[in-house]
Ligand binder design. Structure first.
Ligand code: GFB
Length: 309
């Protein structure tokens, strides 16, 4: 990307989009075009087309999505599949109609089969059944990948699909009903510490394993791939290391400084037992993460506390 090229970051108010904007600005990109949800509803295909016609962005980061943790996904599958399919189709068709030079589509590690061998290689896509708690979301993301690949094949476009692992960082959603595990634990331990509660309830058995990537690392990887990688084959983005939810709970408890007990609520689902990404392709292309989980947790906790005041 040229430093003055027009770049559209779809979803720039979200966890991922806001980090992509911060990283682009820090790297000297000066011509970003951004729209809030109130200004442009990306589910509205004609409004999205009109926006592309008037702005003519050269590069697009597709970070707009309906996302959520295990409970939100399991309880609102219709919203997750409908909204993601609609946003993806609006953007991809508008980008194609307006000659976008290159686009990066962000998928998710939940696109892989529930029982995929670990670590998960890109080629395991569509090799087995999906995890039921997020099947609708995963199928929408798989449709996005195949749509990008199909446009590349039929029209010669340059739409790259990347698969991030579980993300966290400043700007995350800390609402206990809809959030992912890491912000949920941070909010629960913080509230318990402040109120002096003796224990905190954590979902599941704690045996599920997850890989966590700081969102600023994700943004750095996505911009790196926009600048260096052309191809229809998907690319995993992660650290290549995972922890059990039990280990994560101890790490977050330590970061927050909560000294009470953890109660495991085994009536809640564990979800996928493990989804560790194989990141050898990304490493081979020349990118590696730089924020370790303990540092990332400390930074995120500082941000969370400042967001409460
Ligand atoms: O982060 P999370 O909601 O999503 O849950 P997934 C990860 C693990 O943490 C599960 C446990 O085993 C949860 O049972 N967990 C423990 C908790 N306590 C809590 C809590 O208070 N809140 C939450 N949310 N979890 C999502 C998918 O799956 O990950 C999406 O539903 C997407 O589609 C996203 O792929 C990255 O990792 O299970």
């Amino acid at each position: 990307m040229e430093k003055d090229a027009k770049i559209f970051v779809a979803g720039h108010r979200g966890l991922v989009g806001s980090s992509i904007v911060r990283n682009l600005e820090a790297a000297g990109y000066t011509n970003l075009v951004l729209r809030t949800h109130a200004e442009l509803d990306l589910m509205d295909a004609s409004a999205t087309l009109a926006f592309f016609q008037s702005e003519k962005p050269a590069y697009v980061f597709m970070a707009a999505a309906r996302v959520g943790g295990i409970a939100a996904n399991a309880s609102h599958p219709a919203d997750f599949i409908h909204e993601n399919l609609a946003v993806q189709d609006s953007i991809i068709t508008a980008a194609h109609a307006n000659g976008v030079t290159k686009m990066v589509f962000l998928g998710s590690s939940c696109i892989y089969p529930r029982m995929a061998p670990q670590p998960i290689k890109e080629e395991y896509l569509l090799s087995g059944p999906l995890e039921p708690t997020n099947r609708a979301y995963a199928i929408a993301k798989i449709a996005g990948i195949v749509q990008c690949q199909s446009y590349n094949e039929q029209y010669g476009t340059n739409y790259v699909s990347v698969m991030p692992t579980n993300l966290y960082g400043p700007g995350d959603n800390f609402d206990l009903q809809s959030s992912h595990v890491l912000p949920a634990l941070m909010a629960k331990f913080h509230t318990a510490k402040v109120s002096g509660a003796p224990s905190v309830s954590v979902w599941g058995t704690g045996s599920a394993k997850r890989e966590f990537l700081h969102v600023d690392d994700l943004a750095s990887a996505v911009i790196f791939l926009m600048n260096t990688y052309d191809g229809s084959e998907i690319v995993n983005i992660g650290t290549g290391e995972d922890v059990s939810i039990k280990e994560l709970a101890e790490l977050v408890r330590g970061t927050v400084g909560f000294e009470g007990e953890i109660d495991w609520d085994t009536t809640k689902p564990d979800g996928t037992p493990r989804k560790l990404l194989d990141v050898s392709k990304l490493h081979g292309l020349g990118w590696k993460h730089s924020i370790e989980l303990s540092d990332g947790l400390a930074k995120t906790y500082e941000w969370y506390k400042s967001s409460l005041t």
